[in-house]
Design a protein around this ligand. Structure first.
Ligand code: 5GP
Length: 112
C-alpha cells in the first residue's frame, strides 16, 4: 500500500516543504495541532518506530536532528515538542514513520 507520505515523497501530491535531503523530508502538517506543526518523514519506508531496526539508527537519529534544525529555523526559542505516535493506542494514522514537531504555544502535559 502506498501511503499519503510516500506520495508526498514521490511528489505525486503536494505539501508545504520545509526541508529535503537524501534521508528525509520535512513538511507542514495539513491539520496543525499547534501554531507550528511539522512532520519529519524518512524517505525509506519504516512503518513505525515499533518495527524500526538497529540498522536504521542512523536514519532515526537524522530525523531528530532534522527536527531540531527545523525548530531553530522557525524561532521555536521558547520550546517545542517532538512526538512519535505508534500503533492504534498511540494515535498513529499513517503507517509510515513520522516525527511530529510542535510549537508556537505553551503545550500542556500530560497529553490527552
Ligand atoms: P499520526 O496520527 O499518524 O501520528 O499523524 C499523521 C499526521 O499526518 C496528522 O497530523 C495529519 O494531520 C497529517 N496528514 C495526513 N494527511 C496529510 C497530508 O496529505 N498532508 C500533510 N501535510 N499532512 C497530512
Amino acid at each position: 500500500m502506498t501511503t499519503i507520505f510516500q506520495k508526498i515523497i514521490n511528489k505525486e501530491i503536494t505539501a508545504e516543504f520545509l526541508h529535503e535531503d537524501d534521508i528525509c523530508i520535512g513538511i507542514m502538517d495539513i491539520d496543525p495541532k499547534a501554531p507550528f506543526h511539522a512532520l519529519i518523514i524518512p524517505k525509506q519506508l519504516i512503518a513505525r518506530i515499533g518495527v524500526a531496526e538497529e540498522s536504521e539508527k542512523q536514519i532515526l537519529g537524522h530525523l531528530l536532528l532534522t527536527a531540531k534544525k527545523i525548530a531553530s529555523e522557525h524561532d521555536l526559542n521558547e520550546g517545542f515538542r517532538i512526538v512519535i505516535n505508534n500503533g492504534p493506542d498511540g494515535g498513529e494514522t499513517v503507517p509510515h514513520l513520522h516525527v511530529h514537531l510542535l510549537g508556537g504555544r505553551k503545550l500542556t502535559w500530560p497529553p490527552g
